[in-house]
Design a protein around this ligand. Sequence first.
Ligand code: ATP
Length: 367
Amino acid sequence: MASITFENVSKQFDDFTAVKNLNLSIDDGEFLVFVGPSGCGKTTSLRLLAGLETITSGHLYLDDRIVNKLPPKERNIAMVFQSYALYPHLSVYENMAFSLQLQGKSKGAIRRRVETAADQLGIAHLLKRKPKELSGGQRQRVAVGRAIVREPSVFLMDEPLSNLDAKLRVQARTEISKLHSKLQTTFVYVTHDQVEAMTMGTRIAVMNHGILQQIDSPENLYNYPQNVFVAGFIGSPAMNFFRVHLIRKDAQLFLENEDFSLPIPESLMAKYEQYPQKEYIFGIRPENIHDPQYEVADIMPIPVKAEVSVREMMGNEIILYVNTMGGEEFVARVDPRSPLKAGDKINLTFDMSHIHLFDTETEVNIT
Ligand code: ATP
């Protein structure tokens, strides 16, 4: 078991900073996910932790010990790579036994550990096969099995599901979550897929351009994103953003642009009164925009005129791509009974009790 602390860690490749002043602590037994778009520095962060890259500045701690210069094999960390990196000429058993043989473990001990891990992962019947005789999902399990047998204090996983098809990915995702519950070991997982991050992580570190944007529980990231980047990255379809002015007319505050004038609900007035009346970025998630025919109880209906350009029937919901009269595109996730279709001119209802306001300069969420 181990806790991990990055203290002001940076990684420079020549004059390019891949990771900038990373500060974060991962608790013993936690499942932490690094998520972000391609090139944001998540794999580099994981490789720094594994000891596969050297830290340019800052300190990395495993428990209370600084490990900046500790070689990978002395860190008691096991890594599962995206490519699985299985030895093609070795059987599944030999692949899983390999690192234990290097450690000089006895034959009996190796057999016990390999068989236990193979049972846990449901691959006991595949131990004699070579990697080329396995499906993608089976290979992925062997790669995980190879990490498990080492009984490491930390598991690192770099996009281990990205080679699987969509259905297998969902299944493997739950298997890894179950494995974490069973082993109760620290897991650090890298993915560019926000759904994977949200469903697996106990906490999620969102990165962009080498900088940690926010580290939080899935619920908090979704409900209280700290800036425009996190708000737009977490959630699918993504949050809608509009440029608006906060203005006062008589006793009422409004978010206004050329397309709409949205009154701030009574419950939020005290809070919004404190904000300067100027331009902001207004954010609203697709599920907080409704077809008024299927109104959700308890919301103040604020109609916004729009024209549907695309309707996507998902079974349990309908995703509507719509344009305001001024031509701005946004997305609504509406009731599956909604008959709205491309070309329909409609009034969609915005639920103003679930809105975000971001500063236009800093893009920080002020709500
Ligand atoms: P992806 O999802 O595409 O793997 P990532 O978020 O994991 O992306 P990293 O692999 O951490 O990104 O890379 C971060 C940045 O550092 C990228 O711009 C990459 O080109 C750069 N980088 C990574 N490794 C090296 C290296 N060895 N030399 C130079 N630049 C590198």
